[in-house]
Design a protein around this ligand. Structure first.
Ligand code: ADP
Length: 542
């Protein structure tokens, strides 16, 4: 027997429709790429997104076609997302921080027919344009007054382009399982992989993120997504905020400490989200200028582990609650968030900070397990590491144009490539990437834990740990250091002494090398593949 409820497809436009009906005047403020602040509201955004959809259809865009955006967070980018999805097409966010070859590869792989780009990126795209055969037209996200001279084919100013239609258009009716967006992983491990979000997964994910123990947004919030919309589905905030009628404060191209601070103060931001580096820069700015951020109530921090020192400063000095979160492109992207369950509410001070250094617990819709290499589930004791695997309605089951490749295990779980512990209360802590973990005598050593301990040594600027081949133990840790200028590097014996009370004895590195520089990915993560290649023949001296 079936239920007798209505069939109401979870389509992205329903979110914007709701915002425009219930919260028509709620503000969306942006620092425009041209410079001045720009103010609009949800009713206007919806009206203009309808024009985008209508204009795309007039340019011949069909359901399922990809339309790329190479843009900062602004009101126009928001209109573009809803307009593209509302035409039944698929927004493809391109990360401008990738290397040029990667951008070309991704664009051609996605086969986007139109590209919408900010003024900032016109020189970059002009240099690539003849390698982008699928793109028929370039829409520059600006008005006629700011339109640059450009050699880009069929280039048009966005404002002129949408002014050619009247907005009398009905959102395209597509199945809720249809593709709405594509975001490529940054390719830390091999070719970038296209993750294809559906309307349904996007809407469900935003509802999950809006729960009280997640982002907990409401109509009184002023949300500033510092995390770019081109990074991991913009952490879903372009859906979360309009869904509950929260205002939006879009930072445009300026993400430095002073600019972020100015926005928070000027626009009375209550909630924000970004990677730890952004929060570090804001902190440095406030410490240097003696300024504060009194309107800000909570920040979501993720993308890499949030150091306890940052959490402590924000919470204790500035009164901002830190929501440590973990996720990845394949998870839409949020997989866990930190909140205080009653089981741990007795903790305080450093004990609570230690727990907050964990990445939190999975919300409803994220099933989670940790397993060994054979797929056997590991206990939730807070100590045993395992491969972290997840299952849920907003988690990838295939990559774009790699449909033959099975990425789920027999129970339908996706292997995240991360290694983690789970504790008895369900709190997850990332201990490594599975490719980086050092497998010594059948036991696993966390390269991240070793790195974190080693950077505590005076004068160490950066530390990385990779494995060395070892005849007896299979793999053993090699510590690679960059020293601060003019500082003498430690000997292996000195470093081992220093680490002795911080990690297990059998974790201590078997050798140490000092380099001028450690290679990084375009998104600032240590490039372990390159390091492994550089040191593949390295063996300890004795
Ligand atoms: P990529 O996998 O291409 O680097 P993502 O942006 O999808 O791009 O990165 C996801 C990865 O970032 C996760 O698999 C995890 O290793 C890391 N990560 C994300 N959030 C955290 C966090 N809070 N703590 C530690 N690592 C994190």
């Amino acid at each position: 027997m079936l239920g007798l409820m209505q069939d109401w497809p979870l389509l992205m436009h329903t979110v914007l429709d709701h915002a425009a009906i219930q919260h028509p005047k709620r503000e969306v403020v942006s620092r425009s790429v041209e410079g001045p602040f720009h103010r609009t509201d949800y009713a206007t955004i919806r009206a203009r997104a309808l024009r985008v959809a209508q204009r795309l259809v007039r340019d011949g865009i069909k359901p399922g076609d990809r339309v790329a955006t190479l843009a900062w967070n602004t009101w126009r980018h928001l209109e573009a997302w809803y307009g593209i999805a509302g035409a039944g097409a698929v927004y493809h966010t391109v990360n401008p921080r990738l290397f040029q070859d990667q951008i070309t590869w991704i664009m051609n792989h996605a086969g986007s027919r139109i590209m919408m780009l900010d003024l900032t990126f016109v020189p970059l795209v002009q240099a690539l344009a003849d390698k982008l055969p699928t793109v028929e037209r370039f829409v520059i996200l600006t008005d006629a007054a700011h339109m640059p001279q450009t050699t880009l084919p069929n280039a048009v100013a966005y404002e002129d382009w949408i002014a050619e239609v009247d907005g009398d258009f009905a959102w395209m009716k597509v199945d809720e399982q249809s593709a709405a967006g594509i975001c490529y992983t940054s390719g830390t491990t091999g070719d970038p992989k296209g993750v294809v979000y559906s309307h349904r997964s996007n809407v469900i994910h935003a509802m999950v993120c809006n729960q009280v123990d997640a982002f907990g947004l409401g109509a009184a919030d002023r949300v500033m997504p510092v995390v770019p919309m081109f990074h991991a589905n913009g952490w879903s905030l372009a859906l979360c905020a309009p869904m509950v009628g929260a205002g939006l404060v879009m930072p445009g191209a300026k993400l430095d400490g002073a600019s972020v601070h100015e926005l928070v103060e000027r626009e009375r931001v209550t909630f924000s989200a970004a990677v730890p580096t952004v929060w570090m820069m804001l902190l440095q700015h406030m410490e240097a200028t003696g300024s504060r951020i009194d309107s800000l109530q909570r920040v979501a921090i993720g993308g890499s582990a949030c150091p306890a020192a940052i959490t402590k400063m924000y919470q204790e000095k500035y009164g901002v609650r830190v929501i440590h979160a973990w996720g990845m492109t394949e998870l839409s992207p949020v997989g866990t968030l930190f909140s205080v369950k009653p089981e741990v509410s007795h903790l305080s001070g450093d004990d609570m900070l230690r727990l907050q250094a964990k990445q939190g617990t999975p919300p409803y819709t994220v099933e989670m397990k940790i397993t060994d290499d054979e797929g056997k589930e590991q206990p939730w004791d807070g100590e045993t590491f395992g491969r972290l695997k997840v299952k849920g309605p907003a988690i990838a089951r295939r990559y774009f144009r790699r449909e033959e490749e099975e990425i789920l295990d027999e129970q339908g779980f996706f292997d995240t490539g991360d290694v983690a512990t789970m504790d008895e209360n369900g709190y997850m802590e990332i201990t490594d990437r599975s490719k980086d973990v050092i497998k010594s005598g059948g036991e696993w050593i966390s390269s991240i834990a070793l790195e974190n301990a080693a950077v505590g040594y005076p004068g160490v600027a950066e530390a990385a740990v990779v494995s060395m081949k070892d005849p007896k133990w299979d793999e053993r840790p090699l510590l690679i250091l960059v020293m601060k200028p003019g500082v003498l590097s430690p000997t292996l014996a000195q470093m081992r002494d220093f680490l002795a009370d911080k990690v297990a004895k059998w974790w201590l590195p078997d050798d140490l090398v000092v380099v001028d520089e450690i290679p990084h990915t375009a998104t600032g993560k240590i490039l372990k593949t390159k390091l492994r290649e550089m040191f593949k023949d390295h063996r300890p001296a004795a």
